[in-house]
Write a protein that binds this ligand. Sequence first.
Ligand code: IMP
Ligand code: MG
Length: 205
Amino acid sequence: MTNKKEHIIDDDRLQGVLIDSDAIHARIETLAQEIKDAYAGETCVCLMGVLKGASIFVSDLIRELRTVGMRGLHLDFVRASTYQSGMKGTGEKTRKVKISGMTCDNVEGCSILLVDDILDQGFTLSALKDYFLTELKAKSVKTCVFLEKKLESPSPEVLELRKHFKVDFKGFEVNDRWVVGYGLDVGEEFRDLPYVALAREECFR
Ligand code: IMP
Ligand code: MG
């Protein structure tokens, strides 16, 4: 942990800084290069940010993609809600993902890069990928997350889902704890932190 002013934890409901802003921005630089390489030859790619959690990550990522020389980028957003204002419980088997609106009318035939804040049990991104491919007839759908959780004791159903659903790009792996900051929230709080912090889960249950 650094002692930069921006990294001082001033809320008792947070436990500590997990990933500081320097580390975040350094990783986004290398991630942008990985994405550019993977899309070599593609003339137009639509970054589809998943609201609201991915809004900050996708804003930094798209500018870094331009810096590394990627062109023909579009930016749109889709809104999805899986946990509403709560956190996940133990042994969950499935959850309904509410997809409620998109900022463009048509993505038929487009190359879509779905960008979300975090892959946890996998319900949200797997449902969105299926929706964009099957219902909206996108040409291709790749997935990118800022964080991927290493699950501790998932239900057999979630284990199976995570075994088969893999993201194409990820920033960092984190342990199975509720994390906030850099767009991620608990009950709509802490999206504005410039770093990722651990939430004291007992304060939010
Ligand atoms: P999944 O569907 O279980 O993979 O959960 C992914 C979605 O839940 C993300 O789009 C996040 O909005 C939210 N989420 C899951 N884990 C966390 C967390 O630790 N902090 C904040 N949001 C989370
Ligand atoms: Mg989300």
